[in-house]
Design a protein around this ligand. Structure first.
Ligand SMILES: [Zn+2]
Length: 220
């Protein structure tokens, strides 16, 4: 039975690198994969970029209103058709061996249910990579749903500046930690470090997070 996998970790835990490596492993065996991610209104949004320098364009973006299952079926048909002409007698028709989703925290809960069905009813494994919690330590809605229904959970680990395992994602604006604001804030293209729009994230352990937040976890 195909499964839905959720591989989660703090920022900079190598999620995109792990995703691209998984895609490579399938393709090295001659198997086709599809790459997808939720649509975000930023430059280069259709790219999956590993911090090691490898970048790939996704096969499709999933808009907030889109049916992820429907999008997947359309692209799966394309893969099946593209390979069927060149079929050698006796060889089985090409199919998608795996759907890989980056930034899965930005899926809606309904879309997580849809990708669960891709695994269970469509019999194609789905590997979703994402961040568990936002900068206030609260679950992203998509991540919460993934934690609820994924068959398999795997944590990708990274370390805090102090050497402990990082749990949280501290948000910095113009280099200073902030604990208020929208759940989603992506670094503005071309902003300078001192600019109030310059958003970065630092993976922190629980101890360092509480130190920076003045002891506050998940402010109301
Ligand atoms: Zn720490």
């Amino acid at each position: 039975m195909a499964k839905l996998y959720f591989r989660y970790g703090a920022m900079n835990s190598g999620k995109s690198t792990a995703l691209l490596q998984a895609a490579y492993n399938y393709e090295e065996r001659g198997q086709a994969v599809l790459l997808a991610k939720p649509e975000m209104d930023t430059k280069g949004a259709d790219q999956i970029a590993s911090r090691l320098g490898v970048t790939r364009t996704v096969d499709f973006l999933i808009g907030a209103e889109d049916d992820a299952g429907e999008l997947f079926r359309r692209h799966r048909d394309r893969v099946r058709e593209s390979g069927s002409d060149a079929l050698i007698p006796g060889e089985s028709a090409p199919d998608v061996a795996c759907l890989l989703i980056d930034e899965a925290q930005f899926l809606t809960p309904a879309q997580v249910d849809q990708v669960f069905r891709i695994a269970v009813e469509g019999a194609v494994p789905v590997m979703a990579y994402g961040i568990r919690t936002d900068f206030r330590t609260l679950a992203f809605p998509g991540s919460r749903r993934l934690l609820e229904i994924a068959h398999s959970l795997e944590e990708l680990k990274t370390i805090c500046r102090c050497g402990r395992k990082a749990l949280f994602n501290g948000r910095k604006i113009a280099g200073r930690f902030v604990f208020d604001g929208d759940q989603v804030a992506i670094d503005a293209e071309g902003a300078s470090v001192r600019d109030e729009h310059f958003v970065t994230y630092e993976s922190l352990c629980g101890v360092c997070y509480l130190e920076e937040s003045g002891g506050v976890l998940a402010p109301a």
